[in-house]
Design a protein around this ligand. Structure first.
Ligand code: C2E
Ligand code: CA
Ligand code: CA
Ligand code: CA
Length: 274
């Protein structure tokens, strides 16, 4: 039994070692990807629920790996966060998204995800200002999506938010309802928008509490002049319910997944012509 135990242990250790190696090589490849053109920002349209018009598009990173095909951001963003590479990666996305959005109709904003790691970096507002200056995009057309994880930190987070707000960019609270959610965050900082996590939208037509929760969030947001975006809207039924609940915007496969920059340009042109 003792020998078996040791063998199991060694096996486990070898497994860990392999995983660490795979992660390390992915990290090196990711570093390269930032400069070799295998990273691309896709954009997912966000629509006004009432009139169906596109109000913004969210930049979502795509990595086309030479051998492994498309790698999901859910897989490589955490690696970038652990290795510190996220700052470079995040700046790349900011620059790319601002440069792209300048080509869009002037009423369409671009939303960019900001990792908590990036958020804590002292230079975030400088970096955002640099991306705006380099692209010529007006600050009012850039929306930064941050998650609740950054808010549980401390007052420094609030200072950082106010600093960004001073630049004139809009701030959205992403994935609301997951993690450390607390309604008190909504009182501590005046967000422009709350994005309600897909997990609530998925069950909104079901018997559970999801629709009541969405209703509560929408009401609180409306009372504080914040917009609400429902994430992951996939069915007409969900859309209709969200409309009745008073949610202002929606995003999801019902209308469109994230698409390439070229496709989004075409979409915005035809959309405007409607
Ligand atoms: P997120 O910010 O919550 O983005 C929404 C995710 O839901 C996207 O996945 C989007 O493609 C997916 N989605 C949109 N509509 C639907 C729908 O109707 N049904 C379903 N099932 N899914 C839908 P994606 O592109 O794989 O991104 C995953 C996450 O990776 C993002 O979640 C975000 O947290 C992170 N991410 C992506 N790009 C960036 C980036 O540039 N910077 C940072 N820091 N994180 C990023
Ligand atoms: Ca987001
Ligand atoms: Ca989200
Ligand atoms: Ca999410």
């Amino acid at each position: 039994a003792k020998a078996d135990g040791r063998r199991t242990y060694r096996f486990f250790e070898a497994g860990m070692d392999q995983r660490a190696k795979a992660r390390r090589s992915l990290e090196l490849e990711l570093r390269q990807a930032i400069t070799d053109g295998s990273l691309e920002t896709y954009y997912q349209p966000v629509l006004n629920i009432e009139d169906g018009k596109i109000s913004s598009c969210e930049a979502l990173l795509r990595w086309r790996h030479r051998e492994r095909g498309m790698i999901s951001p859910a897989e490589f963003i955490p690696i970038a966060e652990d290795s510190g590479l996220i700052n470079e990666l995040g700046q790349w996305v900011l620059n790319a998204a601002c440069a792209e959005a300048v080509n869009w109709p002037a009423h369409v904003r671009v939303a960019v995800n900001i990792s908590p790691v990036q958020f804590r970096s002292q230079s975030l507002s400088l970096n955002v200002a640099a991306a705006l200056a380099a692209s010529g995009l007006p600050a009012s057309r850039l929306e930064l999506e941050i998650t609740e994880a950054v808010l549980i930190r401390d007052d420094a987070a609030l200072d950082a938010l106010h600093q960004l707000r001073k630049l004139g960019v809009r701030i959205a609270l992403d994935d609301f309802g997951t993690g450390y959610s607390s309604l008190s965050y909504l009182q501590r900082f005046p967000f422009d928008k709350i994005k309600i996590d897909r997990s609530f939208i998925k069950d909104i037509a079901g018997p559970g509490a999801s629709s009541s929760i969405v209703q509560a969030v929408v009401n609180i947001a409306a009372a504080s002049d914040m917009m609400t975006t429902a994430e992951g809207v996939e069915t007409e039924q969900q859309r209709n319910l969200l409309y009745i609940l008073g949610c202002t915007e929606m995003q999801g496969y019902l209308f469109s997944p994230a698409i390439s920059a070229a496709d989004v340009r075409r979409l915005l042109l035809s959309h405007r012509a409607r």
